[in-house]
Design a protein. Structure first.
Length: 201
């Protein structure tokens, strides 16, 4: 895929924010513990990816009621949906100096209320040693099987054009505002699922 970047300055993809709060002591400590002794960027990215994928529960799997809204909350509570798990991966890697963005897919699931569509979020990571951006998907939702790869994408969802699903090429420096608003508006994970999930950019 040919990416479109919403910011021209690479520093925007390395910055801290309310959601990507990598200067928080909990993120700082976890990044040092997980990644501090790994010398190469691919090794660091893989370790961070596997931690978020496997150790942070997807709220859709755990049926947890809490809606985490930032990278730190996802880490401290050990759970999140695709949006907050992507925030956590971005925070861990930005802590280590990586440029990390956010990208989205429109996916159809017939069991969802209303239209059946939802916006799925993931990361795009720049690898200096490879000279390219790579999409990484740490969602870990039950029934999906994303894994780490810098060669061939292995994402949670394969786009089905016949279902009007969309792979959006834009790489955002910050999480999409509609995803943040959805998290902020939801009283629990079921409320998010039923009433607040965005369906498009």
């Amino acid at each position: 895929m040919k990416f479109i970047f919403d910011e021209n300055n690479l520093a925007e993809y390395m910055a801290a924010s309310k959601q990507i709060d990598f200067m928080h002591p909990a993120i700082d400590a976890k990044a040092k513990e997980l990644l501090g002794n790994i010398p190469d960027e691919i090794g660091k990215a893989k370790a961070a990816f596997e931690f978020v994928l496997n150790e942070i529960k997807h709220t859709g799997n755990s049926e947890g009621e809490r809606v985490t809204k930032t990278a730190t909350e996802a880490l401290l509570y050990g759970e999140g949906n695709c949006y907050t798990k992507a925030m956590l991966l971005a925070a861990l890697l930005r802590h280590e100096g990586f440029a990390v963005g956010f990208c989205y897919q429109r996916i159809y699931r017939p069991e969802l209320p209303k239209s059946g569509y939802f916006l799925h979020g993931m990361n795009v990571v720049f690898f200096h040693s490879l000279g390219k951006w790579v999409r990484l998907d740490v969602s870990g939702r039950e029934g999906t099987s994303a894994s780490f790869s810098t060669d061939e994408e292995n994402l949670s969802y394969t786009i089905r054009p016949e279902k009007d699903e969309i792979d959006f090429p834009t790489v955002f420096a910050r999480p999409l505002r509609t995803t943040i608003d959805a998290l902020e508006a939801s009283k629990d994970s079921q409320d998010l699922l039923r009433y607040h999930l965005p369906t498009t950019l």
